[in-house]
Design a protein around this ligand. Sequence first.
Ligand code: NAD
Ligand code: UGA
Length: 470
Amino acid sequence: MIRTICCIGAGYVGGPTMAVIADRCPEVQVTVVDLNQSRIDAWNDVDLSKLPVYEPGLDQVVGRCRGRNLHFTTRVEAAIANADMVFLSVNTPTKTKGVGAGQASDLRWIEASARQVAACAQGHTIVVEKSTLPVRTADTVKSILSAAQGEVAGAGSPKTFSVLSNPEFLAEGTAIPDLESPDRVLIGGEDPAAIESLASVYGNWVPQERILRTNLWSSELSKLTANAFLAQRISSINSIAALCEATGADVNEVAHAIGTDTRIGPKFLKAGPGFGGSCFQKDILNLVYLCGHYGLSAEAAYWQSVVDLNTWQQDRIAQLVVQRLFGTVTGKRIAVLGFAFKADTNDTREAPAIRICKDLLEEGAQLAIYDPKVPAYQMGADLATEPQDAPTGGPLSGEGVWQRVATPAEAVAQADALLILTEWASFAQLDWADLAPRMRKPAWLFDARSIADLAAARAAGLQVWRVGCG
Ligand code: NAD
Ligand code: UGA
């Protein structure tokens, strides 16, 4: 029976996942550790609106459990020493240099946390890979742990380990419902007792038939495959969106028509500015790298095309804005609504808005960016420039500038165009009769998320483009 859990990594996965485990398993003490002191401080903030991860419902779950059986600390060693089970939930970004740069996952944080477990664990410890990892990473984790097998730390009993793979399938913005009612929980492993220990934790709230057991490698590879299939659907529909625009078809109608076929299904068929988020691109690139590593070049090229189409879609939207604004956006104010990679999150990692805004800044545009959850410092970090009111060399100098604004109304003041890049629900309610007169005519609405009331925008005098509509 598992009584104490430690999770290494208090990020978008570690924080919400452990909060839900603590909520659903009141008899288990859950400690989430991180090296990042400010992140831990934010998890411990008495003001629950200041948690480092914004997820609807997360504040309530944390509010119920924190201090009872959910703890956030930087005291990594003590938490590992006390744990029956340790989750590794650290970041695994794409390598930026060395062998496999631009494709392979950077496993330095996984290796460091496995070494920490090897050093600090006491007695028998079940080590669970929660991070998304290349298939066969468990070999590495097992090798590191086995080097410490049998050692005795302090007054404890000899160290022994079992390694499991338990990838996380939550999506940001819906993390709490995804965790509370998952389609499935996947557990891969070789040690039946360890598998059943973890299954019994989830068994507190997940029906048994939704707890899948596989071998380690199937579990690791299923996570990469799930993300690749989801992303592939988005690239597929975005490719059809361009064809719709060229032919007079409407991608929403096409998506509905094909999605009603039960073999295809309706989900993940929403055309947009391309997928963002910290994982789709990195996980597909990792799959591309793995295929290449095993000599499967045609398979690698197939998956690479999913990422290439996504990049193309982002560039296509920026170019289209420039074309419609008479071929130049230099010195023109463009209101950008939405910077997060999807609604209901403050996460901007790989957000389509970053590439599209950078393309427009390169063209000399003056961007007024509004997002309800993304602060200016985050936009600055992503755009790699400081906010600025106006170009130093004058509006036609060709220098692109951006600023964060507090409301959509402020964003559109004297703007030539408004570009919607995130599907925040409030953007469906924009009052076009109020916004349109604030813009410089002729003015455009570019709706890359298919969310705005286009009839109202047209009635207010705007020219309108919507993704996938001819
Ligand atoms: P994140 O960057 O938000 O969090 C990772 C945390 O780990 C950071 O706070 C970092 O400081 C900490 N960390 C790194 N090394 C450490 C160490 N040795 N000791 C203590 N703390 C350490 O990342 P994330 O978004 O939570 O993703 C984590 C993993 O989960 C990744 O592999 C990702 O692919 C996967 N995943 C993410 C999502 C998602 O929605 N973000 C969903 C499913 C799976
Ligand atoms: C995705 C997966 O959905 C999760 O199952 C997985 O656990 C997670 O990646 C991960 O491994 O990190 P997430 O990236 O948080 O979750 O969010 P999604 O809802 O999948 O959206 C990803 C991107 O695709 C967003 O930019 C979204 O706007 C876009 N998208 C999604 C579309 O453009 N069209 C769609 O139909 C669906």
